[in-house]
Design a protein around this ligand. Structure first.
Ligand SMILES: Nc1ncnc2c1ncn2[C@@H]1O[C@H](COP(=O)(O)OP(=O)(O)OP(=O)(O)O)[C@@H](O)[C@H]1O
Ligand SMILES: [Mg+2]
Length: 235
């Protein structure tokens, strides 16, 4: 497995949120993480990326037990995180934001311009906006920028928190299509937190979190076929 969490617990202050999360993402896999508001989806991503400390249990990435490693150290191992609210620096230009993504590779990263070109082929809407302040982009374009920036770090796995939030359905379909294409072309794995059922069209497997633990998991196609589940957890 590329990423595994076992009996993972964490929370805020002394308040527990995750109560033993077991989750796997294989090399090149697209996995959806679903659940109602407050289920612990964002907390799971934050704990895996090291923004929040692990209380107990383990996070293993590419064979390395992450323990107390910093978010920067995790990024250098190839773990990308697009946080809730995107984390775009709105006063910097689109190109400057993109280049920041390459810092995850450490100093002297090579082929950054080439990688940027490849990503701009996929995220065409960003090409005309490279010199514009990122804050002037539309919501969908900002999501593209956030994902492209994470990918410029050449991660093995990118975790994206609610990529489809606030976007029109047609844009959601388009962005998910781009993610599927990126996985095909680069073999990058994705862990996608979503409340939008369209994610099940591109995901291989899905997990439903409830009350800080895994409630259900299985092939995305099977979960998509369960009407009750889709009605309870997805828009
Ligand atoms: N910064 C924080 N401080 C204290 N408690 C928090 C904080 N962030 C989240 N929580 C609590 O942790 C629990 C899980 O929140 P989390 O953000 O992980 O849920 P989520 O599944 O991402 O929900 P949503 O779909 O609304 O984004 C909730 O009960 C929430 O109130
Ligand atoms: Mg959340």
């Amino acid at each position: 497995m590329l990423l595994s969490t076992r009996d993972l617990t964490s929370g805020y202050g002394r308040v527990p949120v995750l109560r033993g999360v077991d989750l796997d993402v294989a090399e090149g896999e697209i996995v959806a993480l679903l659940g109602v508001n407050g289920a612990g989806k964002t907390t799971t991503l934050r704990t895996v990326s090291g923004v929040l400390p692990t209380w107990s249990g383990t996070v293993t990435f590419d064979g390395v037990t992450l323990g107390a490693r910093t978010p920067e150290a995790r990024a250098r191992l190839g773990l990308g995180h697009v946080p809730e609210g995107r984390g775009i620096l709105s006063s910097l230009t689109v190109r400057q934001n993109l280049r920041l993504g390459a810092t995850a590779r450490g100093r002297g990263a090579r082929d950054v311009a080439q990688d940027e070109e490849r990503l701009l082929d996929v995220f065409g809407a960003l090409r005309d906006k490279l010199a514009a302040p990122a804050g002037s982009l539309s919501g969908g374009q900002q999501q593209m920028l956030a994902v492209a920036r994470a990918l410029l770090g050449r991660p093995r796995l990118v975790m994206v928190d609610e990529m489809s939030f606030g976007l029109a359905p047609i844009l959601v379909t388009q962005l998910l299509g781009l993610v599927a294409r990126l996985r095909e072309e680069s073999g990058t794995a994705f862990l996608l937190v979503e409340q939008n059922s369209a994610v099940l069209d591109i995901a291989d497997r899905a997990y439903v979190l409830a009350g800080g633990a895994v409630h259900t998991s299985g092939p995305a196609r099977e979960l998509a076929g369960s009407e009750n589940l889709v009605r309870a957890y997805l828009g």
